[in-house]
Design a protein around this ligand. Structure first.
Ligand code: 5GP
Ligand code: ZN
Length: 157
């Protein structure tokens, strides 16, 4: 692992965790940049978003550096998903005005991913908030849906 870590600017900070030196979320994992921590275990970290879309807007990340969801091992994704559920449940209980939440996760710049370390947003919602995740819904034809379904189904591993 030693020379690989050097070549890719990776740092091994524990038996479990490998971080990328220039990544802002890896710096948070290492404690080089402070964060408002909500939860931490061996594999997962949750902290408040520094530019929140709503009060209590939280992020959940794997401590290991992966750029997108597709780069993550299944096992680690399970750990992260469990923490998303824990933090969302706690947010619902702790903040009385919160009536629901969105979990948002973006992959690659084209989808709005600004920080290339996989992360999940938990965005608390209440009745009169001004947040808008609506998109214009399009029409579809069964033949076209079937065509896309066949294309994708054939690639599921
Ligand atoms: P993305 O657009 O990549 O899905 O979201 C990245 C999120 O990370 C943004 O909501 C942004 O406010 C948050 N963020 C970026 N840098 C920092 C930081 O240094 N600390 C914290 N707590 N959040 C950050
Ligand atoms: Zn990182």
């Amino acid at each position: 692992m030693g020379w690989i870590a050097f070549y890719f600017n990776l740092s091994i900070i524990s038996k479990e965790v490998v971080v990328l030196d220039e990544c802002i979320f890896c710096k948070i994992v290492k404690g080089e940049i402070p964060c408002t921590k909500l939860y931490e275990d061996e594999q997962v970290l949750s902290f408040l978003d520094i530019m929140p879309a709503a009060k209590g807007h939280a992020l959940v990340i794997p401590k290991n550096h992966y750029a997108t969801l597709l780069d993550m091992p299944h096992e680690e994704l399970k750990f992260v998903t469990e923490v998303i559920q824990k933090v969302a449940a706690a947010t619902m209980v702790a903040l009385p005005e919160v009536e629901g939440f969105n979990v948002l996760q973006s992959n690659n710049e084209v989808a709005g991913q600004l920080v290339p370390h996989v992360h999940f947003h938990i965005i608390p919602r209440h009745k009169d908030d001004k947040l808008n995740f609506a998109w214009e819904q399009g029409a579809s034809e069964m033949a076209e849906l079937k065509k896309y379904a066949e294309l994708v189904k054939g690639k599921i591993e």
